[in-house]
Design a protein around this ligand. Sequence first.
Ligand code: SF4
Ligand code: SF4
Length: 118
Amino acid sequence: MASKIGIIYCKRIQDQSCVGCAKCYKAVNDNAFAFEGKGDVKVVFKTSCGDCPGLVLPKLQLQMQVLEKLGETVDEIYFGTCVKKATAVMNCPMNLEGIKAKIPEMFKVLVTVGTHDY
Ligand code: SF4
Ligand code: SF4
């Protein structure tokens, strides 16, 4: 069975220095990097962190409502490599560790930070 995933990206990087999200689509489609050995992976949503300061949890609550209305589900959430870079080099104000801990608790899904090394 396909694994259904959602991707969260850094609003300051996506489509600026990482154009068109081609890198994550390639990693998913090639089963590479974070998706190695995952088999059939379907992207059911891709959304931003909501811009600084990164209020991801309320954004995800809305996203989950949308999925429910569509009769769709998600198994795993990935923070794009852009979010990892933002945390490392852009003084990202998001509480990534806190949010990472809350996501499985609130939404019963797995969470991974980083999608590829391109
Ligand atoms: S790392 Fe992935 S999610 Fe982030 S902007 Fe690049 S392709 Fe999009
Ligand atoms: S909160 Fe972090 S991930 Fe979101 S736009 Fe700001 S720097 Fe990027």
